[in-house]
Design a protein around this ligand. Structure first.
Ligand code: SF4
Length: 314
């Protein structure tokens, strides 16, 4: 059975070899509206499982051919943390990964299980998801397995963010009419601010045909949503679908004002700024009114005043 795929190159996580922990069927504790896989019944533990030894043998072979990787990504047609041998597998991969980092793309739904919590701590990089803070919205979007407790997920993610030593990312996917309300964004912002040492908050929407009939949010709408979050948060707009934004002209003041609301990545600037605005941005950088910092694999530009303010705050 083939479990290793790639290498794939992603803007967010670099070049990686993937381990698909459920290559034959969807096995997940969620049945998200936006899932690119077909709708299916949820489960807490996989029913169809690949042996650790088979995965490690396949990975060992693949690592002989593919060098200079940024990550070995644990993923699945479903949720990788419901793979019952995850703890043993990450230990085995650690033995052969050399300088490559282990990364898991998890929905975070069972992070409050003490064994899974401990296993997640072993990864070099962890990406968790939080789509909603309100239970009714969470239930509508993520359609979780019946016993899953949102309050426990949220409090465990906060705890994990304090304890975890690796690179932690958080992702929120927006679905039109559900979690894109001012009220829900405010709640998400309050939650984001409780987290520590997050490399990047990725805001996305439906990029591929979804499991259920739902509407995606355009880049422009995501950009507006991103401005509702606290300017100290490293927010990245991960979805580039429906990119209907035209490049605009920004004066120097407008740039400072925009960056005061939220840091922009180099990629955002490519989409939003026309050439003259980019010249203005360079000037502001030379005048040290705008600072650049690398975080979560991206370059973020921010208002220097804000940067100093935040450094004091933390
Ligand atoms: S967590 Fe991922 S795999 Fe599971 S239903 Fe949601 S989108 Fe699909």
């Amino acid at each position: 059975m083939k479990t290793i795929f790639g290498p794939v190159n992603s803007r967010r996580f670099g070049s990686s070899l993937g381990i698909d922990l459920s290559s034959q069927l969807k096995q997940c504790n969620f049945d998200c509206l936006y899932c690119e896989l077909s709708p299916s019944a949820t489960m807490q533990e996989q029913v169809d499982t690949v042996a650790v030894e088979d995965i490690v043998n396949e990975l060992t072979e693949a690592l002989k051919t593919h060098k200079n990787l940024d990550a070995i990504t644990f993923t699945a047609n479903g949720e990788p943390s419901i793979y019952p041998n995850l703890n043993e597998l990450v230990d085995e991969v650690d033995k052969i990964k050399q300088s490559t980092q282990t990364l898991i793309l998890s929905n975070g739904a069972n992070i409050y299980d003490p064994n899974i919590y401990k296993t997640l701590l072993k990864f070099d990089q962890v990406k968790l998801s939080v789509d909603a803070i309100s239970k009714d919205i969470f239930n509508k979007i993520d359609r979780p397995y019946k016993d899953i407790d949102l309050d426990k997920i949220l409090s465990s993610i906060v705890k994990f963010s304090k304890e975890y030593k690796g690179k932690l990312y958080l992702e929120t996917l927006f679905v039109k009419g559900l979690n894109d309300t001012k009220d829900e964004i405010k709640k998400l912002n309050t939650f984001y601010l409780k987290l520590q040492k997050i490399q990047r908050f990725d805001l996305g929407s439906v990029d591929r045909p979804p499991a259920y009939p739902i509407e995606a949010i355009s880049f422009d709408e995501l950009y507006d949503i991103s401005k509702e979050f606290d300017s100290s948060l490293p927010i990245f707009i991960a979805s580039r679908k429906n990119l209907d934004n035209k490049q605009s002209f920004y004066t120097k003041d407008e740039i400072l004002n925009t960056l005061d609301k939220r840091p922009l990545t180099k990629e955002d600037i490519e989409i939003l700024f026309d050439n003259e605005s980019k010249i203005n941005l360079n000037l502001l950088e030379k005048e040290q009114k705008v600072s650049k910092k690398e975080q979560g694999n991206f370059i973020f530009y921010e208002n220097s005043k804000n940067f100093i303010k935040k450094r004091k705050k933390h």
